[in-house]
Design a protein around this ligand. Structure first.
Ligand SMILES: [Zn+2]
Length: 483
């Protein structure tokens, strides 16, 4: 196998062989695309550039699309004006993991559809294939639900704590996606072979929903769309049957708007303080014979997953849903088909192991080791970042995807990983881009490229050719690379 310096692609393809000569043309180039059933893997592709033409082969349209993205990178580097000069090359490629995601927190920071589309396009260039759309949290509810108009009238708006007297809030503090916006974004993603997974965070992180419908909380409120950040005690009342009517309306809306197989139902950071003091929640615990308040969350998770299953959807949950899950009863046992998204510090990675021991699929997003892209990417206190911790480009390149001690069978349950951008302290789109890149390039590489071909020094060299592609797309990125 001969690698060539000239083919500076991100992510690194599995096989690259430089050919003789080059291909020149006036844009756009003519590309022969062929469906070849003998190519193994839905996303795999072959790309050949010869002096007399360009060919992309794959066994599916998705594979053809990935071949086009690699060609797009080559053209971005090899084009001057309307002329392009490409080195002859033969590339065979396929991904390491089927789940290569990025997450935008559109509750704390309401991104306009235009920005989301821009990011989807950049992610497609990097062969990422999952967009995790965080659509509800304490600080804002971002989509309409049939029969619950106050989610928009009340839950999608928050006051600006810095400018409380400003009549019109900044666009990133308040807003919602219309059904047409959502359909448009889902279609735009589908054209780029990106699966959209909506997240509605339950039963915690629900202040915006409670502000709209206070009867769904344990105390009855009043509640406000939060301007504080952190973990709030007020969550959905597990003893009130009305929450299931509400959630059924939410799920049926999501099922109608999102054709993909998954809905993320959160499950993180749900304190049981209110449940412990609430007569309805205590009565529920008694009726179910539960000894721990946390078991109420297991019961809710199991019910939510069953409700989703009726809509043909599978639940994705943050890893907290596994806490104390060894004390399951018939009513509280977690369904066997939920996917766990691990987010906590890599040093305390027990839930990651717990998930695979229970045979549950796992997606890795360890916060402090390369996945949480709202962390500063350098130790410079003057650098941008919305969290006091730092997670460097190298951390993203070395994101731990397997927990030490996992068996080969358990490793097969690891579906991939994600870069997550939480939005608490992001107040403009350029800030978001600066935090996403180039760390998302590093994540894209390790999620796509076979481990044996990963090499951080080589990645850094190729990045020097790759960053001008981000310039071409008008994407801001951090230039201070720190080990
Ligand atoms: Zn309650």
């Amino acid at each position: 196998m001969k690698k060539t310096e000239h083919i500076a692609l991100v992510p690194q393809p599995a096989r690259v062989e430089a050919g003789e000569g080059s291909y020149t043309c006036t844009l756009p180039p003519k590309v022969a695309e062929r469906i070849d059933p003998s190519i193994t893997g839905n996303e795999a592709y072959h790309l050949t550039v010869k002096p007399d033409g360009i060919t992309i082969s794959a066994s599916s349209d998705t594979g053809i699309f990935h071949g086009r993205q690699t060609l797009r990178q080559l053209l971005m580097t090899g084009t001057e004006g309307s002329q392009c000069l490409l080195p002859c090359v033969e590339i065979s490629d396929s991904p390491r993991f089927p789940w290569r995601g990025f997450m935008l927190d559109c509750s704390r920071h309401f991104y306009l559809p235009k920005f989301i589309k821009k990011m989807l396009d950049v992610c497609a260039l990097h062969h990422l294939n999952v967009f995790h759309w965080h659509l509800s949290d304490d600080q804002g509810w971002r989509f309409p639900v049939d029969g619950y108009p106050k989610l928009i009238e009340v839950g999608s708006k928050r006051v600006n704590p810095h400018y409380p007297n400003t009549a019109e809030p900044k666009h990133w503090e308040s807003g919602f996606y219309t059904e047409d916006d959502i359909r448009d974004i889902v279609a735009y993603a589908a054209e780029r072979h990106i699966l959209v997974i909506p997240e509605v965070d339950l039963p915690g992180h629900t202040s915006a929903a409670l502000a709209a419908y206070p009867e769904l909380g344990c105390t009855g409120g009043p509640y406000e769309v939060e301007i504080r950040y952190g973990v709030m005690d007020d969550i959905l009342c597990a003893g009130n049957d009305a929450i299931f009517d509400f959630i059924e309306a939410v799920f049926s809306t999501l099922a109608r708007l999102f054709p993909g197989p998954y809905v993320h139902i959160g499950g993180d950071e749900a304190p049981t303080t209110r449940w412990e003091a609430c007569p309805k929640c205590r009565a529920r615990m008694k009726a179910l014979g539960l000894s721990l308040p946390r078991q109420l969350q297991h019961w809710l998770t199991a019910r939510f997953a069953a409700m989703l299953a009726k809509h043909g959807k599978t639940a994705v949950c943050w890893d907290e849903v596994l806490e104390d899950s060894d004390k399951a009863t018939a009513d509280t046992a977690l369904p066997k088909n939920i996917t766990i998204m691990y987010w906590r510090s890599w040093l305390g990675a027990k839930p990651a192991l717990q998930a695979v021991e229970q045979g549950l699929p796992l997606v890795m997003t360890p916060c402090n080791h390369g996945s949480y892209l709202n962390f500063s990417q350098t130790h410079d206190p003057g650098d941008a970042g919305s969290h006091p911790e730092c997670s460097t480009l190298h951390d993203s390149y070395t994101i731990p995807l397997y927990y030490p001690g996992m068996t080969d069978e358990q490793k097969k349950l690891v579906r991939g990983g994600q870069g997550n951008l939480w939005g608490e302290l992001i107040n403009n789109d350029k800030n978001a881009e600066y935090l996403l890149f180039p760390r998302l390039c590093a994540l894209a590489e390790v999620l796509w490229t076979e481990e044996s071909l990963q090499n951080y020094d080589d990645f850094q060299k190729r990045l020097q050719t790759h960053l001008p592609r981000l310039d071409t797309l008008g994407v801001l990125y951090c230039r201070s690379v720190e080990e």
